[in-house]
Design a protein around this ligand. Structure first.
Ligand SMILES: Nc1ncnc2c1ncn2[C@@H]1O[C@H](COP(=O)(O)OP(=O)(O)OP(=O)(O)O)[C@@H](O)[C@H]1O
Ligand SMILES: [Mg+2]
Length: 291
């Protein structure tokens, strides 16, 4: 069954030898495409359970009746992104790394306009596309129908989707499965179709949250080539991945997030090395970068 975008967040380590070395060059870098200025994003969780120190004297029946309803007054705020600032340029592909819960997906969703900043500003030149068309894809419908839904959601007309259907199907490379409901797909097949749909029109700013991790080696190569093409066409690509080898191979720059703050931003080899040392316990997290 095809998983939702959230379910696709696996830690897949790739052998560094399998990947092209050196990474893309900086020669295509152009004007700013995304400016994020002192961004804060908070989640307000309503209905959070309030722990009372005094034991409640409610009857068993009352407790049963209340079950499933949000507790009045229960309210928690999660401050997921805390003062992030950076400028991304046309032609850059930026890797975002950090431990689980460090705010990577939240940052991408905010840049894509799916979450509003609590504070700070985000400027995006052009149309951002978060590789999460999964949000609109329907598991009970066939891949074919989902290509139409995804294409329309990305702003293409019906005719434009029909025109590009063969290209999308070929890129996804899932064969006759395109005629089957998406719920019958493996996680990798779902990821391939999502990638194919969301890159059908060259987005100005493409954001990929872990989706490549589930693809096989051949598909990863194809996706990497497509990302390079988008960069050549002056797009900006953000990639969230836990595989440092993939990040190094695909990105011209890497941002390390920790507890919602940028702690390092720069050369992929340097930032991924520091992060690896941190995960091995060989170094502490650097102080947040102040801009
Ligand atoms: N919808 C939500 N409601 C409340 N809190 C949320 C929500 N989504 C994320 N959070 C919280 O925000 C913080 C950042 O989460 P986020 O998903 O951005 O992390 P991440 O870096 O993408 O992690 P992962 O590597 O696990 O994907 C976490 O503390 C998480 O619990
Ligand atoms: Mg995430």
């Amino acid at each position: 069954m095809a998983a939702s975008n959230e379910d696709l967040e696996f830690d897949v380590e790739v052998d560094a030898e399998d990947l092209p070395q050196g990474g893309p060059t900086d020669s295509t870098m152009g004007a700013p495409s995304v400016i994020v200025n002192d961004l804060h994003v908070k989640y307000h969780v309503v209905g959070a359970k309030v722990r009372s120190s005094a034991p409640t004297k409610d009857s068993f029946l009352k407790k049963v009746l209340r079950r499933g309803k949000s507790v009045a007054g229960g309210h928690t705020t999660v401050h997921a992104v805390r003062g992030v600032s950076f400028v991304a340029h046309h032609g850059e592909s930026i890797g975002i790394i950090g431990t689980n819960g460090s705010g990577k997906s939240t940052l991408l969703k905010a840049v894509a306009g799916l979450l509003s900043p609590s504070e700070g500003e985000i400027y995006v030149s052009g149309v951002p596309s978060l590789l999460g068309v999964s949000a609109v894809l329907m598991q009970d419908l066939t891949g074919e129908r989902n290509v139409m839904i995804g294409g329309l959601a990305l702003g293409l007309s019906k005719d434009e989707v029909n025109e590009r259907f063969d290209d999308i199907a070929e890129f996804a490379g899932i064969g006759k499965a395109i005629r089957l409901p998406m719920k019958t797909y493996s996680a990798g097949m779902g990821a391939r179709l999502r990638f194919a749909i969301s890159t059908v029109s060259t987005p100005d700013v493409l954001m990929i949250d872990e989706a490549l991790a589930t693809g096989d080696a051949a598909f990863r190569q194809k996706s990497r080539d497509r990302i390079d093409e988008i960069r050549q066409e002056a797009g900006t690509v953000f990639v969230v991945a836990h595989s440092l080898a993939s990040i190094k191979a695909m990105c011209t720059r890497v941002i390390w997030l920790d507890k919602g703050q940028i702690v390092m931003d720069g050369d992929p080899a340097k930032v991924t090395r520091a992060y690896r040392e941190f995960t091995k316990g060989e170094r502490p997290v650097p102080e947040p970068v102040k801009k």
